[in-house]
Design a protein around this ligand. Structure first.
Ligand code: XIL
Length: 388
C-alpha cells in the first residue's frame, strides 16, 4: 500500500474502523474537540470542495478553515479533464498538485473528481478536427483517449488519492443513458471501459459512480441495473455518489425519498457517499437559465431576494433543513462512508451563478465572512450537546 495512504489510515484509526459506533467515553471526548469532522468522526468522513480560487493561493484563510472543520476534500474544478488535460499533448497539473499537497499536509482524505464526464471536457477529445466540430472520432480512438486520460491521472496521484469519481452523470432522471459525446461514440461501453481503466491503474482504489437527483426512482433503478451488469462482467464499482444539491423546501427532495435512495443503493452492495451537498435557498429560476440577473425581463418575479443577507426566518429554515438531512445521514451511518459539502463559504458557491448568473445564494455552512451559520450549529448540536 502506498506510504501516504497508509499514513492516512493510521492517523484516522477511529474513522478507518469505519462507522462502527464507538463507546461513550470516546464520544464524550468530542465535546472538547473542535471542528465539525471531529464531531462526526464516529459516523462518516466529512468533507468540502476546494475552489480554484483557494488553490491558486488567494485565500489562505480558507485553507485554515477547511483544515479545522473537515477531514476530506474534493477539488471543485481542478481535476476535471479541461483543467488537467486541456489539449491532447498538454497536461496542466498545477492546481491539482496544490490540492494534493494541501491534502497531504493537512492529512485529508482526498477524492479524485472526476475522470469521465460529458461536461468540462475539451471538444477536441471527441472531434476529428479542431476547426470543424461535426465529425466525431471513432470508438477505438476515443477508447484510447479515455484509457490514456484515466490511467495518467490515477498514476500521478495514486499514492495520495484512493477514492475516485470515475464516471459522472451518465444517466438521465428518467433512467436512460444520457445523450453525450461519450455515449454517441462508444455507446454504453464507455462506463465499463472507464471503470476497467481505473481498476487497472489502481487495483485497490475505491471507485465510485456519481450523479445528481439520485432520489428519482427510475434513475436509481437504472444505475443499480447497469452497475450490476458491470459487476457480472468482473468490473466492481465500490460506491455511489449522491450529489445532493437540494433545495430549502422539504419536498425538494423529501427526506423519505433520499432515505429510500440510500437504502436501495446500499442493498445493491454499494457504499453510499454524499458528494456535493448544498441547500439552495433561492426561488426557482430555471426558465432563465444562463441569463444574468440584471438581464431578466422587468416583470419577472423577484429572483434574488436575499442580496443583503438571509432573514432570520429563512436562516432558521435552512438550519432545520440541514438538521433533517444530517439526522438522516446519522441514522444510516452504517451505509454512508462520507458526507461532503460542495464548498465552504457562501460567497464561493456555484449556486450564485446557477441557473441564473449573479444572484446571492446562501447554501453552505459558513457565510461570506467565513462565520459559521445557524445551520452549522444545528448539525453540530446533533452530536454534541453543549452545557446550557
Ligand atoms: C461545478 C462547479 O462547482 C462550478 O464551479 C463549475 O463551473 C461547474 O461545475 N456536479 C458536479 C460538479 O459533479 O463537478 C459540478 O461542479 C456541480 C454539479
Amino acid at each position: 500500500m502506498p506510504l501516504n495512504r497508509r499514513k492516512f489510515i493510521l492517523n484516522h484509526a477511529a474513522l478507518a474502523t469505519a462507522l462502527l459506533p464507538l463507546g461513550a467515553t470516546v464520544r464524550a471526548k468530542a465535546v472538547y474537540a473542535s471542528g465539525l469532522s471531529e464531531v462526526f468522526k464516529d459516523d462518516f468522513f466529512l468533507g468540502t470542495a476546494i475552489s480554484n480560487k483557494t488553490l491558486s493561493g488567494s485565500d489562505p484563510a480558507m485553507f485554515k478553515l477547511i483544515a479545522q472543520e473537515f477531514n476530506t476534500i474534493t477539488a471543485e474544478n481542478a481535476m476535471k479533464w479541461q483543467s488537467i488535460h486541456p489539449d491532447h499533448e498538454r497536461w496542466d497539473w498545477r492546481l491539482a498538485d496544490r490540492f494534493v499537497k494541501f491534502g497531504h499536509e493537512a492529512n485529508m482524505l482526498m477524492i479524485g473528481h472526476t475522470l469521465i464526464w460529458h461536461k468540462q471536457t475539451p471538444p477536441t477529445v471527441f472531434f476529428k478536427s479542431r476547426k470543424k466540430q461535426d465529425a466525431l472520432i471513432s470508438r477505438d480512438l476515443l477508447l484510447k483517449r479515455l484509457r490514456l486520460h484515466v490511467q495518467t491521472v490515477i498514476d500521478r496521484y495514486k499514492r495520495q488519492i484512493a477514492l475516485w469519481d470515475v464516471v459522472n452523470e451518465a444517466v438521465t432522471d428518467k433512467g436512460r443513458w444520457r445523450e453525450s459525446h461519450w455515449y454517441d461514440i462508444m455507446g454504453e461501453e464507455f462506463l465499463e471501459q472507464a471503470f476497467r481503466a481505473a481498476r487497472e491503474a489502481d487495483p485497490s482504489a475505491h471507485l465510485m459512480y456519481n450523479d445528481f437527483n439520485m432520489e428519482k426512482r427510475q434513475k436509481q433503478r437504472f444505475i443499480i441495473h447497469i452497475l450490476n451488469i458491470l459487476r457480472k462482467r468482473g468490473v466492481t464499482v465500490d460506491g455511489v455518489g449522491l450529489q445532493c444539491h437540494v433545495s430549502l423546501a422539504a419536498n425538494a427532495p423529501s427526506i423519505d425519498a433520499l432515505e429510500a435512495a440510500i437504502i436501495n443503493f446500499a442493498k445493491a452492495g454499494l457504499r453510499v457517499h454524499i458528494t456535493e451537498l448544498d441547500v439552495d435557498v433561492l426561488p426557482n429560476a430555471w426558465k432563465y437559465k444562463g441569463l444574468h440577473i440584471d438581464d431578466l425581463p422587468i416583470d419577472s418575479d423577484p429572483l434574488d431576494p436575499y442580496k443583503n443577507g438571509l432573514p432570520a426566518r429563512i436562516e432558521q429554515q435552512l438550519a432545520e433543513r440541514y438538521q433533517a438531512l444530517f439526522e438522516l445521514f446519522i441514522k444510516h451511518r452504517d451505509k454512508i462512508a462520507r458526507v461532503s459539502l460542495w464548498g465552504t463559504s457562501d460567497d464561493e458557491s456555484w449556486k450564485n451563478d446557477r441557473p441564473v448568473i449573479g444572484r446571492t445564494n446562501h447554501p453552505l455552512l459558513f457565510d461570506t465572512q467565513k462565520r459559521s451559520k445557524k445551520a452549522y450549529d444545528a448539525i453540530y448540536n446533533l452530536k454534541v450537546k453543549r452545557a446550557p
